[in-house]
Structure formats: C-alpha cells, structure tokens
Design a protein around this ligand. Structure first.
Ligand code: NAD
Length: 293
C-alpha cells in the first residue's frame, strides 16, 4: 500500500514557486500579489485565510488581506472587489467562501476579473476549462491532479469514479480528468446524493475520489481490490480526548479500507495541503500572464 503524502508534494511545489518569484522579482522589480477577502468571522475560514497569508509570505508573494464585517452591505463588498480588480499590485483575488446568507456568492464571484480569478470559479474560466482552453484550474481539483502526477498515477483509460458534484471539487475535477492530454484521458463517472447503486458504481473504480463532506462515508464494499483512493473530504468530528475537542477525518473510512487499496491519501495531509500550493501556482501564473513572462 502506498501513502500519497500531500505535504511532501506541497513543499516541492512551493519551493519551485519561491525560486521563480525570486528571479521574477529580480527581473521586473515586483512580486506577485494575492488579495484575500474574508467576510465575517467563521473560524474555519479565518484559519484558511491565515494559512494562505503564511504561504504567501514564505514564498515571497505579497498578501493583501481584506477582513469585512459579517453585516457588510452588498455594495461595500462589490466596491472592494472592483477596487481589487483595478489594483495593479494584485494578480489574484480570492473571495473566501461561504459568505453570510444575505450575500449571493455566485453574483460576487462573477464580479471578479476572470484574469485575476485564481480560484477558477468565474463562469468564464469554468467554461474555458470545459472546452480545454488555458485557464485557472480550481485549486483543489488541480491539487488532486498534481498529487497523482507526483506519484506517477496515470489516469489514462482508467475508470475514475468521483463521489460529489460540487462546483468547487466534483464538477471541475471531472472536467479536468476527461480532457484530452497528459494527466487526463480518464473515463469519468460522477456520483452524487441522488445516484442509485452508488456502492456498485464506486466499487468498479480504478481510481475512487470522494468529495462529499460526510465522515467515513466510503466503506470497504464501495472499494475495488487494488483501487487508488483519493479522499478530498475534510470533516470535523468530536474527539473529547484531544486538546481541541475535535479531530479532522476524511470522507473515507481509512482504517477499514486500508487492506484493500493500492494507494490512499491520508486526512489530514493528503489533498488539503495541495489546495494552497495550487492557489500560489495560479497566482504566479497570473503574474506571468500580466508580465508576459
Ligand atoms: P458540497 O457540500 O458542496 O458538495 C457535496 C457533494 O457530495 C454534493 O455534490 C452531493 O451531491 C454529494 N453528496 C452528499 N451526500 C451524498 C451522499 N449521501 N451520497 C452521494 N453523494 C453525496 O461539498 P464540497 O465543497 O465539494 O466539499 C466536499 C468535501 O471536501 C468536504 O468535506 C470539504 O470540507 C472538502 N473540501 C476539501 C478541500 C481541500 O482543500 N482538501 C477543498 C474543498 C472541499
């Protein structure tokens, strides 16, 4: 059994980006800049924003943080996004989700300049992804691809079953894996909450990817002997014995399926670390697009 360690891959990607940022700074006298907008005080979102800021600092990127009150009016958020669209120091804009209920995230995401949409959520970029044009690939699915590439897992001709059809993970991941080209060319099946015979379909997968948000959902009957299992899920469950009172687990019942799999990602430490690495990679790409580097 191979453990697909995402931390190792993240470190390697960030080290390469750091090197590139250094030489681009020498060449152009400016560094890539990422702006993050956080509305409200959701603890998980605050933690993610802090991690993104730390990652920027560690590789020599500029980080611009915009923390806005949960009660902010729509016009104020719109103004903040428009201002960042105009700011030449900012090459990537990330709007941390979820937004408070009174704000429409689809509407807000569509205001971000597609050229700075390093999360790859703007419909223009999603469309470009689907037809195979260069674009910003959304970070978590892109991270899954990078993880597979690093561990020489070639999806060509393989049956990949993705459980979950969200706009953030399942749908873009399916689009990426079904494309023509390297690290793609897979036969992709997407299952979701209305799928019938989910266990039967999942158990046919050469590569099974879970992105559901339900702890321990994937059980041994859903996994083919020798399958590769990639667990995108990050779920908090109570753990009274730990300092924090909770622990993070994936969508896969890791211990129960371990003896059946050829390779598997741990949670935490699998796909998660790659998401931030790919955000940095997209921001660097945006900078290079502007500089025509
Ligand atoms: P989501 O809630 O937007 O979507 C969940 C999907 O799972 C839906 O498409 C739904 O149809 C499907 N689903 C739900 N219950 C199901 C069931 N019983 N059977 C089959 N399908 C079912 O979630 P999301 O944003 O895609 O996130 C999914 C998981 O991935 C979460 O645990 C989230 O925390 C994690 N996540 C991790 C990263 C990362 O960096 N590793 C990034 C994004 C999301």
């Amino acid at each position: 059994m191979r453990l697909l360690d995402g931390v190792v891959v993240k470190k390697e990607i960030l080290a390469d980006i750091k090197q590139e940022c250094k030489s681009l700074l020498k060449q152009y006298g400016v560094a890539p800049g990422l702006a993050v907008i956080l509305v409200g005080d959701n603890p998980a979102s605050q933690a993610y924003v802090g991690m993104k800021q730390k990652a920027c600092e560690s590789i020599g990127m500029l980080s611009f943080e915009h923390r806005l009150a949960a009660s902010i009016a729509e016009e104020e958020l719109v103004a903040c996004i428009k201002q960042l669209n105009q700011d030449d120091r900012v090459h990537g804009i990330l709007l941390q989700l979820p937004l408070p209920d009174h704000l429409n995230s689809d509407k807000m995401l569509q205001l971000i300049d597609p050229k700075k949409d390093v999360d790859g959520f703007h419909p223009e970029n999603v469309g470009r992804l689907l037809v195979g044009l260069p674009t910003f690939k959304s970070c978590t699915p892109y991270g899954v691809l990078k993880l597979m590439e690093y561990y020489h897992i070639d999806p060509t001709g393989k049956h990949v079953v993705i459980i979950g059809r969200s706009n953030i993970v399942g749908k873009p991941l399916a689009a990426m894996l079904m494309q023509k080209g390297d690290n793609a060319n897979a036969t992709v099946t997407v299952c979701h909450s209305r799928s019938q015979n989910l266990a039967g379909i999942a158990s046919q997968a050469d590569i099974l990817i879970a992105a559901i948000g339900k702890p321990y959902f994937v059980t041994p009957n859903m996994v083919k002997e020798g399958a590769i299992v990639i667990d995108v899920g990050i779920n908090r469950i109570d753990d009274p014995g730990s300092d924090k009172g909770y622990k993070l687990v994936g969508d896969v019942d890791y211990d129960a399926i371990l003896s059946k799999v050829n390779a598997i990602t741990p949670v935490p430490g699998g796909v998660g670390p790659l998401t931030i690495a790919m955000l940095m990679s997209n921001t660097l790409q945006s900078f290079k697009n502007v500089m025509k580097a």
